[in-house]
Ligand binder design. Sequence first.
Ligand SMILES: NC(=O)c1ccc[n+]([C@@H]2O[C@H](COP(=O)([O-])OP(=O)(O)OC[C@H]3O[C@@H](n4cnc5c(N)ncnc54)[C@H](OP(=O)(O)O)[C@@H]3O)[C@@H](O)[C@H]2O)c1
Length: 304
Amino acid sequence: MSRLERIVKSERLKGKRIIITGCGYKPLKHIFYDITTGEPSHDSIEVEGQEMKLNIGSAVAGVLALNSATVHMVSRSEGKLKNIKKCLAEFVDDHLIEYSALDLLDEDQVKRFVEHLPRDKPIYWVQSVGLGAGSYKLKDDNPYLPIEKIPLELIEKESQIVLRATHLMMQELLPTFREQDETRIALITSMSAIRGYSYGATHCAAKGAIDRYANACMLGLYKENIFVTTIRPGGVDTGMYDNPVVQEAVKDAADEYQCDWRNKGIRLAPPTAVGEAINYVFTTPAHIPSLNLVAKGQFPNEGS
Ligand SMILES: NC(=O)c1ccc[n+]([C@@H]2O[C@H](COP(=O)([O-])OP(=O)(O)OC[C@H]3O[C@@H](n4cnc5c(N)ncnc54)[C@H](OP(=O)(O)O)[C@@H]3O)[C@@H](O)[C@H]2O)c1
């Protein structure tokens, strides 16, 4: 039974429309395991007979829809969004799952998307856009590089893409958020914003930038009942670590924290765990400014 099937349904987010930017999946190429239960740490869907790893956005969509939110998934790949909807509809009401295919870096497309959003329910937002699905082709899918191997282009792309996409959408949605009694926003940054390692000159720098952006939004908007939460996941099992080159790189990072992944194995959190965290953040009466989460067995160092 998949982890999504085991999540207890609730009505806690009924009547909310939650935009989730950055929904997709990748073909399963490697299996990682939970350190205590021994079960695989990815969440999967089957597409044309092939097992796919859900990314963070798609898993969050599944969890929030199980809590009765209307989820509106966004990425550039209409085919993928259609497949995710079809698979999620096995667990939740089909009418709770909406999607739009657009390029979040394109100003006109973002404006049009926001203009046409139905306004029958309060709108919340989860931002989970990333480089991984082809915005920029990383060699070996590996953003963890020693300084001398970091291409200039990677410095530019990693720091700009997510920040630009987040800011564009934030500016377009703000007038709507300002009209609502209450708005919740979860901006997914990364533990790499606050947990350094020597291969992090681009990745930690880029995550640090979006993390500070989220913090500024939080401080700037809470007086208008727009409650922003920075979500900082550590390594999550979305396919990003399936390449052996990436695995070697993160073992080196773990070594720097005396975390023995070399002998004990790499430990990654399931993306549905990020969904459960966001469900809590969106439904608790408190405003949670930020939330850090790592897999059991993953170096849990904060501010280091
Ligand atoms: N996985 C981890 O271990 C981890 C840990 C901490 C933080 N994070 C961060 O969390 C976010 C999501 O991670 P993930 O592993 O789920 O990443 P992912 O699989 O690479 O997902 C990124 C999503 O963004 C979409 N996207 C990229 N460029 C876009 C554009 N211009 N317009 C619209 N959609 C676009 C991609 O879909 P299309 O290409 O189909 O458009 C894809 O669905 C990333 O920012 C990542 O850095 C990930």
